[in-house]
Structure formats: structure tokens, C-alpha cells
Design a protein around this ligand. Structure first.
Ligand code: F6R
Length: 609
């Protein structure tokens, strides 16, 4: 989704801004722009498409200046075009914006009657003109900024410059993340810390309805009423190298292969012999969940699939009723919250608008506790939840979530064990067995990754296919859903995941010899049932690809191909069987020639509703 970078320094800032934009590319965008101020002159350049085009334009045209703002836009109001790309300019004011101004239409009508003409279709330009009109009346930019922000409804992260006051950068946050980076004799702003890692690792996270004024030497944070707010400076443990592809062709490929390490990191310090070290889950003590009666999990996309897997573990290991819901639905439902309920959000980015809104609603609904399973330290969900389990996957740049998903799964399993133990539902021997299995996970993950070459040749069979089904049963049903999501989002092959038993209730009508069917079939108690479902599909002429472990009656023949995978403990099957499905999606996307790391229309961090 849109990205913001801004800088005020004692050197030219265009390279800092462009590097920042490159580092935000992974979030998804359709156009980019930059504006610097130099000797009373405004250098504005905007291009459609990739940041590299903007870089070339800057090289040609030049973009000098010690203060500047830049943006990658993911269209919400108005088509992708250079006119709609940010920064937007209104007379002396220049602004970039992430988020959506919901009441822009009525504000625009009002501004038109005041004589404003609009060059773009964006809500951003409306807000900018509103600030400009208020500045004309008050003569004070800060008060015009504040008044305008009180008038708008919606969400925003903003950075604003004034040609007549080129020493100050004004920034504000409401609903869209914004981070201030502290340098020496220079300060920065961005929508994501990754953008600023080459210039600083010291950050201030703005909270909702906070504004800040940045100069080269000062940072002053206030609320919407102008009261000063004291902020903590947070040192990031990420470094600029976190976002290099290394020896890999794509970030997604690198991130798939990083999973043994990321899973190892998720476990780091969390296992203490046969126990889970509680102190690693900030704030939870040995009694926190003793009285727990209900769990509600809320998330979006891949993180939602992690939640669906989590439900099986929670109900088995904690005996607590567990529900899982898509955040964009949960937030508009009048949920009935029973006493002793726990609200869990799952999010790679920690900034997903619907998940964050659901958490805020949940806090008013009377949940006993909230826990967030998240990959980004300092993110909004982390700051607003009672407890956090960091997945510690490391920066995930590929838009399609891979290592974030498997580390979310592992974190959910650890949490299920913690709660199960506190409620007395997990016997010591059972815990010991599961922890023993978990310790083997990174090594088993390497073994599963060794199927890469096999999967690469399998992917060729999907070339030219338009549709595909993924089948699973029980805890592997969400993995089938995740396999289908991965395939469709990066290879653009239409794919759906189904619970295998549900097939005959409708979807079986789709099956013919053109429809590949991927079956997720680890060796477990539902294997026989699954084989019966596979037979139903085979009888309709489908091409079947069976990802399986252990012995079974399924045989390779002209219609079905078996992909044999290593044996692994049953509790780890959802995590490990995800890996070949990620690889399948990756290789299909490479064959189809799509933009693997930044698939069309998608954004890494969905900060608007
Ligand atoms: C798919 C994918 C998305 C995200 C979803 C939620 O590969 O990455 O479906 O899972 O947008 O994002 P987070 O986890 O950041 O809340």
C-alpha cells in the first residue's frame, strides 16, 4: 500500500528519498513521486509504474534540495496516473498522504465554491486545498494543519512542506502508520522503518492523532489540540541488509528458504528444557489464562489461515471454544462476548486496518485480554494489545506471506501449549512430546525444502492452466486454502481451497481433465477419508497431484502423480506441508512470468479498509 518518505537535512535529500521508496516497493504501488525544495524553487517529478522510472527521471531532470517528500501510491480515489500520483501541490503547499479521506466529496464541493480547481481525482488534493484555505485565513500553517485534520474523517499518514517555510516538515498520523527517524543534524519520516534503515536505526513511533514538526535539529510532537507529547526513542534491531535478495532471484524465494532460520528464531529463548519460557511472552504470568473459556481469533488473508490452523490446536490442547473470523467481517458484527474471553489478532505487518479496527472494537466489547501475534516490533497492533508474541521471522519483503505464515503457526502452537498447560489440559508427557517435535522443526524444514527441484518440474504441468483446486481435511484444510491463495496471488492461476469432504456438495461439478487438483495428504487419521475423496475426483477425470507422507494406497498412474514428502510428527504437518505449496506457487509464477515479489494490485501492508 502507499509509502511515504520525507527528509530535512543539511545535504541533498533526493537520493535518501529514492532509496527509501525502493525499500517501500514491496508494499505494492502503481505510481511514484518526489518533491524537493531548493532556493524557493519546487522540484516535482512524478512517474507511473516502478520507482526505477522515477529514479531515471530524477537523474535526467535533477531534484536538488535539503528538504523533500516522496511517495509510492496505491490507487484508492482515481486511476493510477501521474496527475493522481503524489506529492500534490496547492500553491505554496506540497503534501503526500497515505490512507483515505472519507468525507472528501463534501469538502471538495465546499472548496470548489471557494474557487479551488482540482488537478487530480484524489482525496489527498482535497485535504491539501482545505489546509491551504485555512492557512489563508489564519496565516499559521500549524494551526491550519490541525484544524483541517479535525475536519476530515478517515485515515491518514501525512507529510507536508511549505515553499515559504522550507526549514520545516509537518507530519501527522491517524490510522496510517508514520515513523520519525532521528539522524544527526537531519531528521526523517516514513511510513515504514525499512525505508529509513540506511540513514538511521533510531525511531519515534507516532500514535493516533499525533502531529510532529521536524527540522534538521528538532522534533516536536503534539496532539491535535497542540499539547506537547513526550515520546520514547526506539532503537531498531533491523539493519539495512535485512532487505537484500542475496543469492536468490526473488525475495519470495529467499524468504521460503529462510524458513529453517526464521522458525529457529521464533523458538530462540522460548524453550526451557521441556517448558515454554513464559517471560518470553511479555507480561503473561502462570495464572493469566487459568479461567479462560473462549478464544476469538481475528485476522486477514494468510494470517487468517494461520488462525484457522490455530483453532485446531487451541481446541485440542486447551479445550477452550475457539472461533476464527476475517477481520473485515468481525468489525461490523455485533459479537456476543462471554466472560473470560481472549481476543487474538494475527498479523505480519501489525498495521492491517481491519485487524487493528477489530482489536479496538474488541477492547470495548469486554474481552479479558488481547494478544497479538505479530512480526513487526513497534507496529500499531503490538502497541495496542495487552500481550504480544513476536514471530521473529525477520523482514518479509515479498508481498506473498511465506516465512511470516509458518512462524505465525509456530507461535500459535506455543501459545496453545502455554494456555493448555495453565488450564491443566496438557499433561507433562504430552507437552514433552510436542516440544521434542518442535525442536526438530528447523531441521525438518530443511528436509522439506529439498523437494524444490521436484516441485519446479511439477510446476511445468501447471503451465497454461487457468484453474486449480486444493483439497485438504481437518487441520490441513486451512493449508489447502493457503496453498490456493499463494498460487492465485502470485501466478494469477485461479485457485480455490476446499475441505475435501465438501467437494461433492457443489465444486465437483467443475472437475474435468483440464482441472489440476492438488491434494494435501500427510499421514494422519483422516488419510483414508481423504483417499475416498480423491477417488471421487479421479472418477471425474481430474489430474491429481498428491502431496503425501507415509504409506498409503494411493499410487502413481496416468491420472495421479504422488509427491512424496518426508515423514514428520503429526503436530508439525500444517507447518511443513505449507512449504511445498509455497514452492509450487513460486515456480508457477516464475513460469508465468509474473512479478513474483510485487504481484499486480496487491499491497504488503493493507492500511486502508
Ligand atoms: C497473502 C498475504 C495477505 C496478508 C494479509 C494480512 O500472501 O500476505 O493475505 O496475509 O493482507 O496481512 P497482515 O498479516 O500484515 O495483517
Amino acid at each position: 500500500m502507499c509509502g511515504i518518505v520525507g527528509a530535512v537535512a543539511q545535504r541533498n535529500v533526493s537520493q535518501i528519498l529514492l532509496e527509501g521508496l525502493s525499500r517501500l516497493e514491496y508494499r505494492g504501488y502503481d505510481s511514484a513521486g518526489i518533491c524537493t525544495l531548493d532556493n524557493g524553487e519546487c522540484h516535482l517529478i512524478k512517474t507511473l509504474g516502478k520507482v526505477n522510472k522515477l529514479k531515471e527521471a530524477v537523474k535526467e531532470e535533477g531534484c536538488p534540495g535539503f528538504i523533500g517528500i516522496a511517495h509510492t501510491r496505491w490507487a484508492t480515489h482515481g486511476v493510477p496516473s501521474t496527475a493522481n500520483a503524489h506529492p500534490h501541490v496547492c500553491d505554496n503547499l506540497i503534501m503526500v498522504h497515505n490512507g483515505i479521506i472519507e468525507n472528501f466529496a463534501s469538502l471538495k464541493e465546499d472548496l470548489i465554491t471557494k474557487g479551488y480547481n482540482f488537478k487530480s481525482q484524489t482525496d489527498t488534493e482535497v485535504l491539501l486545498c482545505l489546509i491551504h484555505s485555512l492557512l489563508k485565513t489564519s496565516g499559521n500553517l500549524m494551526s491550519a494543519f490541525r484544524t483541517a485534520l479535525k475536519e476530515v474523517k478517515g485515515s491518514f499518514g501525512l507529510a507536508l512542506m511549505d515553499k515559504n517555510d522550507p526549514e520545516r516538515l509537518l507530519v501527522a498520523r491517524c490510522g496510517s502508520p508514520l515513523i520519525i527517524g532521528l539522524g544527526i543534524g537531519e531528521n526523517f519520516v516514513a511510513s515504514d522503518t525499512l525505508a529509513l534503515l540506511p540513514v538511521t536505526r533510531r525511531f519515534i513511533y507516532l500514535e493516533e492523532n499525533e502531529l510532529a514538526v521536524l527540522t534538521t535539529d528538532t522534533i516536536e510532537v503534539t496532539d491535535l489540540d497542540g499539547h506537547k507529547v513526550e515520546k520514547n526513542i526506539v532503537e531498531s534491531d533491523l539493519d539495512a541488509e535485512s532487505i537484500s535478495k542475496g543469492k536468490y532471484r526473488h525475495f519470495m524465494q529467499k524468504e521460503i528458504f529462510e524458513q529453517p532460520l526464521s522458525l529457529q528464531n521464533t523458538l530462540l529463548g522460548r524453550l526451557d528444557n521441556d517448558e515454554i519460557a513464559l517471560e518470553t511472552v511479555v507480561g503473561i504470568n502462570s495464572d493469566t489464562f487459568k479461567k479462560l473459556d473462549n478464544i476469538q481469533i481475528v485476522a486477514c488473508g494468510t494470517s487468517y489461515h494461520a488462525g484457522l490452523v490455530g483453532r485446531y490446536w487451541f481446541e485440542e490442547l486447551t479445550h477452550v471454544t475457539t472461533n476464527v473470523e476475517i477481520a473485515s467481517e468481525y468489525r461490523y458484527r455485533k459479537a456476543v462476548v462471554k466472560p473470560n474471553s481472549l481476543f487474538i489478532t494475527i498479523s505480519q505487518s501489525g498495521e492491517t486496518a481491519d485487524t487493528l479496527a477489530s482489536l479496538r472494537i474488541a477492547k470495548e466489547q469486554g474481552y479479558e485480554h488481547s494478544i497479538c501475534i505479530c512480526n513487526v516490533n513497534g507496529s500499531s497492533l503490538v502497541r495496542e494489545s495487552d500481550f504480544t508474541i513476536f514471530t521473529k521471522a525477520g523482514a518479509e519483503i515479498g508481498v506473498a506471506s511465506t516465512k511470516a505464515f509458518t512462524t505465525q503457526l509456530l507461535s500459535l502452537l506455543l501459545l496453545a501449549l502455554i494456555i493448555g498447560k495453565q488450564k491443566g489440559c496438557v499433561a507433562q508427557a504430552q507437552q514433552q512430546n510436542i516440544i521434542e517435535a518442535i525442536r526438530k522443526l528447523p531441521a525438518l524444514c530443511e528436509e522439506f525444502l529439498a523437494c524444490d527441484k521436484n516441485i519446479q518440474s511439477l510446476a511445468e504441468k501447471f503451465s497454461g492452466k487457468r484453474h486449480c483446486l486444493f483439497l485438504g481435511r481437518g487441520i490441513m484444510y486451512p493449508i489447502a486454502l493457503e496453498g490456493a491463495l499463494k498460487l492465485k496471488e502470485i501466478s494469477y492461476i485461479h485457485a480455490e481451497g476446499y475441505a475435501a469432504g465438501e467437494l461433492k456438495h457443489g465444486p465437483i461439478a467443475l472437475i474435468d481433465k483440464e482441472m489440476p487438483v492438488v491434494v494435501v495428504a500427510p499421514d494422519n487419521a483422516l488419510m483414508d477419508k481423504l483417499i475416498s475423496n480423491v477417488e471421487e475426483v479421479r472418477a471425474r477425470g481430474a489430474l491429481i497431484y498428491i502431496f503425501k507422507s507415509g504409506e498409503s494406497d494411493i499410487k502413481n498412474d496416468s491420472q495421479s502423480k504422488i509427491i512424496n514428502l518426508p515423514d514428520c510428527p503429526e503436530v508439525l504437518q500444517p507447518i511443513l506441508f505449507t512449504i511445498p505449496l509455497q514452492l509450487l506457487a513460486y515456480h508457477c509464477a516464475v513460469i508465468n512470468g509474473t512479478d513474483v515479489d510485487q504481484p499486480r494490485n496487491l499491497a504488503k501492508s493493507v492500511t486502508v479498509e
